[in-house]
Design a protein around this ligand. Structure first.
Ligand code: SF4
Ligand code: SF4
Length: 135
């Protein structure tokens, strides 16, 4: 009868002196591991221009069908996305879009703080994705 009680107390004592695994969020934030798949970023080249050429491969491969790309052509016939949208409410953060992109133009990065109050705020457009990680 006393044995299970002592066993329980022993366990409590043991964990009492170990480092807590919880964090005081939002004051303390978790450092995500490098391959974590959080909020997407539309990447830029050395000149700071958008890399995406609106080939729509990412949209084609997306299993949640949550990427919308509308291509356009610039003055020197270079393609760019006139519209690039990701519906974060549908995204399952699988990373297929990143894998499919031949230019490394879309990557999933460390930001996991994407909670919001309205559906509209979770529809990330081109500019929001482009500036998502800019300081
Ligand atoms: S992470 Fe997956 S579900 Fe989300 S946009 Fe990319 S391909 Fe679609
Ligand atoms: S992000 Fe990559 S795969 Fe998607 S449209 Fe742009 S260039 Fe194509």
């Amino acid at each position: 009868m006393i044995k299970p009680l002592l066993k329980g107390l022993g366990l409590t004592l043991r964990t009492f002196f170990t480092r807590p695994v919880t964090l005081q969020y939002p004051e303390e934030k978790m450092v995500m591991y490098p391959r974590f798949r959080g909020l997407h970023e539309l990447t830029r080249d050395k000149e700071g221009k958008i890399i995406c050429v609106a080939c729509e491969l990412c949209a084609a491969v997306c299993p949640a069908n949550c990427i919308r790309v509308e291509p356009a052509e610039g003055p020197t016939h270079q393609r760019f996305p006139k519209v690039y949208e990701i519906d974060l409410l549908r995204c399952i953060f699988c990373g297929f879009c990143q894998e499919a992109c031949p230019y490394g133009a879309i990557i999933l990065r460390e930001n996991y703080e994407t909670a919001n109050y309205t559906r509209k705020d979770l529809l990330y457009d081109r500019d929001k994705l482009f500036h998502a990680y800019q300081k």
